[in-house]
Design a protein around this ligand. Structure first.
Ligand SMILES: [Zn+2]
Length: 62
């Protein structure tokens, strides 16, 4: 089974969408900071996973 899932998020700074790889083997809430693929500014991303699937994503400016 593949534990990496690609999800689309919306950049809180420029509003553009870009995709990130999420490790879904981790159960619970994960926080990560990713640089936007378009404007290169950092976004704080909270990802909730369970059962190998992404259940919810929140994005805010970091
Ligand atoms: Zn951006």
């Amino acid at each position: 089974m593949d534990w990496l899932e690609e999800v689309m998020i919306q950049c809180p700074q420029c509003g553009e969408e870009f995709s990130i790889q999420v490790e879904t083997a981790v159960v619970g809430c994960v926080e990560t900071i990713e640089d936007c693929a378009i404007c290169c500014r950092p976004a704080l991303i909270r990802i909730v996973t369970s059962g190998g699937e992404v259940r919810g994503i929140e994005v805010e400016a970091a």
